[in-house]
Design a protein. Structure first.
Length: 457
């Protein structure tokens, strides 16, 4: 459901008691944590219980499992996830009572008020770059408030209130939320068409990033990773408009033509291999430098970074098989994570399970997803994770499986997620690396694979 963005969003301290519908999601839970840290009364609900809900309860929130009008209680403001439907009883009750109703973007803007905002955007790499930037700034003594779309391994949380004036936020383009933050600085990792159910065409999607860059304050700056053609074009256009633009590249041959190249992290070993992760780290470093912070301190933070949940996250090892999990759900992300997985696997094989995310995305990119998965040695496809969409019998995991350029015996379509762990355990052998990919429930499979491998070890 799309909630209109109000013309004026009060600071969080003026929202009264706030009730979140869908509080267990990455975006809303981050905002709720920051409000709780500021002493604002918070309640919320979600469809299923989770570790996130438990941690919010520990932080002082009143959290319900399931949705009921009575749970709105004495709230003054309702914050609604885009996954919530118009017939949700808590939303209906809030409208009936005339409460202030805010979308996620407006609620995030409310906690940003009064801070210097650094907004991190891009089709891929937002969460990792935001996380890297957060730990780099902490290392350099800035202590920012942060809101990330995943849990930092070092802190075990996706958001925290800092003592400094900086606010680092992941800026989501999927529903246009990133157009409402008016940041001091903006980072664009790449501009690679996605979310076309929202934007319609690749051209409209790219234009949204231009509009995002236009929201940067006149005394601020834009950081672009110019390895990506879309981000490079964005940098060129906005530099021509007289704006301060900082360019980043992983390519050694581009070092003389960009502001920050790979030599800026010479001697630093990052937590995971892969050019896309190097690009994220360089973007974080460039942002910190543009903010006037010390290079050595920033680099030390990047070297100490231990990852973010669901971004090439090591789940464990059993039977000589290592298991990782990652959030990749777009062809470019699959390519990047398979590159990292291949490097981590060494002489072992790379066995991948992929859960396509959204019917609309799979319809557009399904063939490219399959082609990207061809870089693995063994591939298991499960059915499409529907999220907010209805099923389409013509757009399933089988469609993606049919595009994987591997021999038929090395590709399996296993429609029921409950059967995927057993299929992976059957295919894996000592020395292999198993990698589960997707933005949905595929993340539950890795621990089950480890259990099966341990039982048969």
């Amino acid at each position: 459901m799309r909630i209109p963005v109000p013309d004026v969003v009060p600071p969080a301290e003026e929202l009264g008691r706030v009730h979140f519908v869908g509080i267990g999601g990455a975006g809303l839970s981050a905002i709720a944590r920051i409000m709780l840290a500021r002493g604002i009364g918070v309640s919320g609900s979600d469809g299923v219980d989770s570790a996130t809900l438990a941690s919010l309860r520990e932080a002082g929130a009143t959290v319900f499992v399931g949705h009921d009008a009575a749970q709105v209680g004495d709230a003054d403001t309702l914050v609604v996830s885009t996954a919530v439907r118009e017939d949700n009883p808590e939303y209906v009750e809030a409208v009936r009572r005339g409460l202030r109703v805010l979308p996620r973007s407006s609620a995030l803007a409310s906690v940003m008020a009064g801070r210097r905002v650094v907004a991190v955007a891009g089709t891929h790499g937002k969460t990792t770059t935001t996380s890297l930037l957060t730990v780099a700034l902490q290392s350099a003594g800035a202590d920012p408030t942060y809101a990330v779309g995943g849990e930092l391994a070092a802190t075990g949380t996706n958001a925290a209130e800092g003592s400094g004036d900086l606010f680092v936020a992941e800026a989501d383009e999927s529903d246009g939320a990133f157009l409402h933050y008016a940041p001091h600085a903006a980072v664009v990792t790449n501009v690679d068409a996605d979310h076309l159910d929202q934007w319609g065409t690749p051209e409209a999607y790219a234009a949204a990033f231009d509009e995002f860059a236009d929201t940067v304050s006149p005394d601020g700056f834009l950081v672009c990773v110019v390895d990506d053609p879309g981000a490079a074009a964005l940098a060129e256009r906005h530099r021509a408009l007289g704006r301060r633009v900082v360019t980043v590249s992983t390519r050694a041959d581009a070092a003389d033509s960009v502001d920050v190249g790979p030599d800026a992290l010479a001697g630093i070993t990052l937590w995971s291999p892969g050019d896309h992760y190097l690009a994220d780290a360089l973007a974080a470093l460039a942002t910190g430098l543009a903010l006037g912070l010390d290079h050595a301190a920033l680099a030390a933070g990047l070297a100490a970074y231990t990852g973010t949940k669901r971004r090439m996250e090591r789940k464990g090892e059993a039977g000589g098989v290592r298991v990782y999990d990652s959030y990749a759900h777009h062809p470019a992300e699959i390519i990047g994570d398979l590159q990292s997985g291949r490097a981590l696997a060494g002489e072992g094989r790379l066995v991948v399970a992929f859960q396509p995310h959204l019917v609309s995305r799979t319809r557009i990119f399904g063939e490219a997803m399959g082609q990207a998965l061809g870089a693995a040695d063994e591939v298991v496809l499960t059915d499409v994770y529907l999220a907010r969409e209805e099923a389409d019998p013509d757009v399933t995991g089988a469609y993606v499986a049919g595009s994987v350029p591997l021999p038929a015996d090395r590709v399996a379509f296993v429609p029921d997620l409950a059967d995927v762990a057993a299929e992976l355990a059957r295919r894996a052998r000592p020395g292999d690396l198993v990698l589960t990919l997707g933005a949905g429930t595929i993340t539950t499979v890795g621990p089950l694979v480890l259990e099966l491998l341990a039982d048969h070890g």
